[in-house]
Design a protein around this ligand. Structure first.
Ligand code: B16
Ligand code: MG
Length: 223
């Protein structure tokens, strides 16, 4: 793990770290799974975190060995339906949907001169940030459509450091998904996993909730 004093920037995941949209993504996919008759369980919901829209659909279908039952056009329709389900949930979002401790943590990072970027796989992240009133913190974001590979590939977190003009070793990546932690580690950044430490066992630092995300706790964990 890097030294705390070497850290100059933070690369954030959005869904499940800054806000509780991971629940909305799950609800929206659950509706699609019910529609096509694929069994839903918590393990599947965890496996979809951080995974791009079409890769998520393929994982859901493969969960019930249904991946060859749909044409590309049918899959595109299902993915569009999921997004419509999701956008209905996003439309209700307000700053109250920011996860505990995130707003003061972002303010503290800014006050201490750390650079911030967003490494979300979601094409909806600009809309979500707008609903949360957090656009000003994330002027540096990666457009997921510009990526060759999705999480768990390191590309997105590597780009998260690049757009800050920092080396990966100078960055901490924050994630709620196993695929995202793998992406951070592959990029050579220090990884913080938020959530179930058994699911996120590969993270350098584990916090059960976002409320534990403070500079003091991170410094202590890196000592
Ligand atoms: P969209 P993150 C990811 O965002 C979500 O965790 C994942 O569930 C979703 O499928 C993916 O974004 C794509 O989202 O369909 O809105 O483009 O966790 O990387 O911020
Ligand atoms: Mg996430």
């Amino acid at each position: 793990m890097a030294k705390f004093s070497d850290i100059k920037g933070f690369v954030f995941d959005l869904d499940g770290v800054i806000t509780d949209t991971s629940i909305f993504h799950s609800q929206a996919w659950h509706q699609v799974a019910d529609q096509v008759g694929v069994k839903w369980d918590d393990h599947l919901a965890d496996a979809l975190k951080g995974i791009s829209r079409m890769d998520s659909l393929n994982l859901i279908l493969a969960h019930d060995h249904r991946e060859n039952d749909f044409t590309l056009a049918e899959k595109t329709t299902l993915a569009t339906q999921k997004n419509e389900n999701y956008l209905k949930l996003v439309a209700q979002m307000t700053p109250a949907n920011i996860l505990p401790g995130i707003k003061p943590f972002l303010a503290d990072l800014k006050a201490h001169g750390y650079l911030l970027s967003l490494a979300s796989a979601s094409k909806n992240s600009p809309l979500v940030l707008k609903h949360l009133g957090l656009e000003a913190y994330f002027t540096k974001s990666i457009d997921p459509t510009s990526l060759t590979h999705g999480k768990p590939d390191p590309e997105i977190f590597r780009r998260g450091a690049e757009i800050l003009n920092l080396d990966p070793q100078q960055c901490i990546g924050v994630e709620d998904a196993a695929a995202g932690v793998q992406s951070i580690n592959g990029a050579g950044e220090t990884s913080i996993g938020i959530g179930d430490a058994t699911v996120l066992a590969a993270a350098d630092i584990n916090f059960a909730t976002t409320a534990q995300l403070t500079l003091a706790n991170i410094k202590a964990a890196m000592a």
